[in-house]
Design a binder for this molecule. Structure first.
Ligand SMILES: NC(=O)c1ccc[n+]([C@@H]2O[C@H](COP(=O)([O-])OP(=O)(O)OC[C@H]3O[C@@H](n4cnc5c(N)ncnc54)[C@H](O)[C@@H]3O)[C@@H](O)[C@H]2O)c1
Length: 471
């Protein structure tokens, strides 16, 4: 069970069982992961931030639920997206003026600035131009990760934001996850002494990988970018976050496109799952991943993104699987991004880190981390509680990472980190206080540059030495 499911299960319990800040013994801990103390962000005399959405797909739409749940805090005043169906949905949800709907971000950027902030959630290769254009117009920016698909473009975005004095937050949601922040707090407090090594694993999940990285939007480098940047920039960023101010000085990486190639196509398989006679034996069958879920009335992600016009019924889904990208045989796609990758890092001071990304697992999204220190060991597997083993007294202590009790369902993805990210961004803009942002320009650029260096190592089959500028 992941962190968030446990939170909802335990939220039914009473507040009285959750007041202590002290670490709990193993049997007590699950009662204590709801944060009842933090007030809702819309309590009292709060400022409302006006926001333009650029790219109203899965991510752009998700952030707008902050305005639905906390209307005193955020108002959506414009939308740019070529898809009329998403524009219509947002129109109904947010009562946006007719003249603030745009087919393309450029139309919005040509106007006088009409919102305090912009959320840019366009496809990976469409981040740089709008980010720079809106920075020049003076909009504070929440930019989805990856910032951009080349190191040069990432640097340009950061420079544009700094030159124009606008706040930049990047969609590195995992930094805002209560477990990540609690881990950092524990490391800073010295509970495991000095960090020696971080081992971190990102299990993508077999059907998730097939959906997004074999059939879907992130399957092909020319169309989006390489796996480590598209998927695991979160993880390299987390390792950097936990390592604190230490700089990575050396990196090496290996990775391959395993299994999802033409040579592995089973005998008798068709090009499309809906008319495939061996589909029943295939774990990646589109019938299993989408159609069966929809037949059980489960139209949430990933089923929700299969029909490009947003329609959600069996007939439209069947048509989309017969004709669209998500019904293709996984052994006959134009995918070229790696399905398994390892990255080894050495930091200034000698600390090391090892990262693994794996498609072939059932542990979808349940990241696992062990941090080895001179006085103890810290572990987290799929969420709260964090386990700390103390070498001095040979004792294990569990530390819960709390989540707010009023967590809106639509912002609960990534263990609730979506809520914490958008709340930090809106608070930073409202109070003009960039220190509220954990994924600001400098930290994000540093970890993105490391991702580019790791990929260079994989491609060029060499150890890459990194200088002070991340080059
Ligand atoms: N932070 C995270 O954990 C996380 C998770 C998933 C995706 N992402 C990133 O978020 C971004 C968006 O991903 P998504 O899943 O929402 O994709 P999506 O395809 O659902 O949404 C992208 C939207 O951008 C729109 N768009 C395309 N061209 C446009 C233009 N010229 N002007 C305005 N809008 C335009 C598309 O019509 C679409 O609605 C990507 O960069 C992706 O990598 C981040």
């Amino acid at each position: 069970m992941d962190f968030f499911s446990r939170v909802f299960r335990s939220s039914k319990r009473s507040k009285s069982s959750s007041s202590s800040q002290e670490p709990k013994t193993p049997n007590e801990v699950t009662n204590d992961i709801i944060d009842f103390d933090t007030p809702r962000p819309d309590v009292g005399d709060v400022k409302c931030v006006t926001v333009l959405i650029v790219g109203a797909g899965s991510r752009g739409m998700c952030y707008t639920y902050y305005a639905v749940n906390f209307p005193k805090r955020m108002k959506i005043v414009g939308v740019a997206d070529p898809r009329s169906c998403t524009r219509e949905t947002l129109k109904m949800m947010h009562h946006i003026d007719e003249d603030k709907f745009f087919d393309d971000w450029r139309e919005a950027a040509e106007l006088e600035k009409f919102a305090e902030a912009v959320i840019i959630a366009t496809p990976d290769r469409l981040h740089k131009e709008p980010a720079i254009a809106f920075a020049k117009k003076g909009y504070h920016i929440l930019l989805e990760k990856p910032m951009a698909v080349t190191p040069e473009d990432c640097c340009e975005i950061v420079n544009a934001c700094k030159e124009n004095g606008v706040i930049l937050a990047v969609g590195h949601v995992m930094r805002y996850h209560p477990v990540s922040r609690k881990t950092r707090e524990l490391l800073d407090s010295g509970v495991i002494g000095d960090i020696v090594h971080i081992q971190h694993m990102e299990p993508v999940g077999y059907w998730h990988f097939a959906h997004s990285y074999v059939r879907g939007n992130w399957r092909n480098e020319e169309e989006s970018t390489f796996s480590l940047l598209a998927k695991s920039c979160h993880d390299i960023d987390l390792i950097c976050y936990w390592m604190g101010n230490r700089r990575c000085v050396k990196v090496s990486s290996f990775g391959t496109v395993s299994h999802f190639t033409k040579e592995n196509k089973p005998e008798g398989a068709s090009s499309r799952c809906l008319d495939c006679t061996v589909e029943e034996m295939c774990p990646y069958s589109a019938q299993k991943i989408y159609l069966k879920k929809a037949q059980q009335k489960s139209f949430g992600w990933p089923v929700s993104v299969v029909c490009s016009d947003g329609v959600q019924d069996i007939e439209s889904l069947t048509h989309a699987l017969k004709t669209g990208p998500y019904g293709r045989c996984v052994y006959e796609c134009d995918n070229d991004v790696v399905s398994n990758q390892v990255v080894n890092m050495e930091f200034e001071g000698g600390q090391t880190a090892a990262f693994t990304m794996m498609a072939f697992t059932t542990d979808l999204g349940a990241r696992k981390t062990t941090i080895y220190g001179t006085k103890g060991e810290l572990r987290c597997a799929g969420g709260s509680p964090i386990e700390v083993f103390d070498f001095v007294n040979n004792k294990k202590t569990l530390y819960p990472a709390k989540i707010v009790g009023f967590m809106p369902m639509h912002l609960s993805a990534h263990g609730g980190a979506d809520y914490y990210l958008i709340n930090s961004f809106i608070s930073a803009v409202a109070d003009n206080d960039p220190s509220l942002i954990l994924s600001g320009p400098d930290d994000t650029l540093r970890s993105h540059l490391l991702v580019f260096q790791a990929e260079k190592s994989r491609r060029e089959n060499c150890v890459v030495h990194i200088d002070k500028d991340g080059q």
